[in-house]
Design a protein around this ligand. Structure first.
Ligand code: ADP
Ligand code: MG
Length: 256
């Protein structure tokens, strides 16, 4: 289980992440949703060790991680980040891109693990292609396969659905759920699109100006009426669907 307490980070004098505390369990998907500039990427970079926060405690399974050391070594085996631009190696095949994460293991284990990961992520058929020859969804799934190759406890996904068409989005959403449940990873998925969060997350955190305003189940977020910002955010995601359904004479039974 991943636990964050009182994480703070400023750029110059401006808070990017302002006192964030949250928890994610193994096999759980927490979606962090917020508009552009709300601090989502900064928070993921703090958790993955790329940015040193000014304050805060990070622990996994009740063991505190030394954030300073984490930043020095850059690569924490238990926490893997899939950045928004995937960072696949263009001259290597899909198979080789995943295999590169496993160079310290035996050839036989590497072969077995890469094959298993390609099946899990649904990319076996493109194993000999280069990244430029596959779709955005396939690139994203390759980046996820590479990130989970060494069985991390925590997987961080930064805007995994951006740049994907709706078929690839739908496919990726169900794949992510399948992967997280099967591998029992604690997953934080960042998106600016609340609809994607509703469809994939066990819980949703709404972020605004570096602060987490609310963390709850998708259903409870849908029914939040106290906070005007969340209410507006929810209704901007849901209203188009509501309007569409009402066009067919069907009412949706939540009030936005
Ligand atoms: P999000 O991922 O939610 O769009 P970010 O974490 O990228 O948000 O950014 C949060 C805030 O911090 C924004 O106001 C952004 O302009 C600022 N910011 C991000 N990175 C830097 C940086 N390297 N230097 C200065 N300000 C930054
Ligand atoms: Mg971002």
């Amino acid at each position: 289980m991943l636990n964050l307490k009182n994480i703070i980070h400023k750029y110059q004098d401006k808070f990017a992440v302002n006192d964030v505390s949250l928890e994610v369990k193994s096999g759980e998907i927490l979606a962090i949703v917020g508009e552009s500039g709300s601090g989502k990427t900064t928070l993921l970079n703090i958790i993955s060790g790329n940015i040193m926060p000014e304050n805060g405690v990070l622990s996994i399974d009740n063991e505190v991680i030394d954030i300073y050391f984490n930043r020095l070594i850059k690569e924490l085996p238990n926490i893997k980040l899939v950045p928004q631009d995937y960072r696949l190696k263009p001259d290597y095949t899909i198979y080789e891109n995943i295999d590169l994460a496993l160079t310290k293991y035996t050839h036989q284990y590497r072969r077995e693990r890469v094959t298993e990961l390609m099946v899990l992520c649904g990319i076996s058929e493109i194993k000999n292609k280069k990244p430029r020859e596959v779709s955005g969804g396939e690139k994203q799934r390759t980046a996820i396969a590479r990130a989970i190759a060494e069985e991390p406890l925590v997987l961080l996904l930064d805007e995994p659905f951006s740049n994907l068409d709706s078929i690839n989005r739908t496919h990726l959403r169900s794949k992510i759920v399948e992967i997280i449940r099967q591998e029992e990873i604690a997953c934080i998925l960042v998106t600016h699109d609340l609809l994607d969060a509703f469809l994939v997350a066990d819980r949703i955190a709404i972020m605004q100006k570096g602060k987490v305003l609310m963390i709850d189940t998708p259903l409870n977020i849908l029914q939040e009426f106290e906070n005007q910002y969340i209410k507006d955010f929810v209704s901007s995601a849901v209203q188009p669907i509501k309007d569409f359904m009402e066009g067919f004479g069907k009412n949706m039974n939540f009030d936005v």
